[in-house]
Ligand binder design. Structure first.
Ligand SMILES: [Zn+2]
Length: 279
């Protein structure tokens, strides 16, 4: 049997997910970029500020100050980070009618797509609110994954990407312990460490050092794939789409992504669009 590896034969991936499109994302980017760590930023288009908006002083009562639209483009577009939906006006989907929920998501998608010139496919639940109906209507909105706030303390792929549970929030007192076990244990299979939060929390709690310490250990390593949420989703789907010959010795990769496999302890690449002999 063959098993999945991340690009370059790696077994570990780290991804971040930060919400609301806040002015404190500027400092967050400055830190994570130094360590080569990738983040998905979940943005409410309806709350982004106009381009002539003057940012107030960053303090507790202003902690939810949103980025100006043009500033968000300057920060995120072509940055290697991902922009995902978070509801046009941050509605709690669990309390919405289905049309109301779909409107908040599709309106957000549509406006973000125009602003960033891209296809928005991921999201995070505003206020962490979701229910069983989301699995029905989110795929119809072309949302392929959505992050909850239900921490697992684990590093597994979700059973259903519409309920993508993070490993932990950055305020988890066991953050560095979890990171340590993630980096140092050999799990055999591919795993991901998934961290979420709001960048403004670092500012108002005066604990940017939590992010600095996390990145100093987690970042710039040869044994970790740093990827956005959608990159991990797409990679896993590409792996799942592989088709093998009946004897299992040859593989066809119909996806647009090269997929790395572990074949009897060796890394092999199933090239995009090609047929590859594995032994
Ligand atoms: Zn939010």
């Amino acid at each position: 049997m063959f098993s999945m590896r991340y690009p370059n034969g790696l077994k570990k991936a780290i991804t971040l997910s930060y919400d609301d499109g806040l002015v404190t994302d500027v400092k967050m980017l400055e830190i994570i970029n130094r360590y080569g760590i990738k983040c998905t930023f979940n943005v409410n288009y309806g709350f982004l500020n106009k381009d002539d908006f003057v940012y107030p002083e960053i303090k507790r009562e202003n902690m939810w100050t949103r980025l100006r639209k043009s500033h968000a483009v300057e920060l995120f577009k072509n940055s290697g980070h991902e922009v995902a939906a978070h509801g046009f006006v941050h509605k709690s989907l669990g309390g919405c009618t289905v049309p109301e929920a779909m409107h908040d998501i599709l309106h957000d998608r549509e406006c973000l797509e125009k602003l960033f010139g891209t296809v928005i496919r991921g999201m995070a639940y505003a206020n962490g609110s979701y229910d069983a109906r989301c699995a029905e209507y989110l795929p119809k909105c072309d949302i392929c994954y959505s992050r909850t706030v239900d921490r697992t303390g684990k590093f597994d792929f979700p059973e259903n990407w519409i309920y993508l549970h993070p490993t932990c929030h950055h305020d988890n007192p066991k953050l560095m312990e979890l990171l340590d076990s993630f980096l140092n244990e050999d799990f055999g299979d591919c795993k991901m460490f998934y961290l979420w939060g709001h960048s403004s929390e670092f500012e108002v709690n005066n604990n940017w050092d939590v992010l600095e310490k996390f990145c100093a250990v987690a970042g710039n390593r040869d044994d970790v794939w740093y990827a956005t949420n959608i990159e991990i989703f797409d990679y896993k789907k590409a792996y799942d789409s592989l088709v093998y010959t009946v004897d299992g010795l040859t593989v066809y990769n119909p996806s647009g992504i090269d997929v790395w496999l572990n074949v009897n302890g060796e890394s092999k690449v199933a090239k995009s669009g090609a047929v590859t002999n594995l032994v």
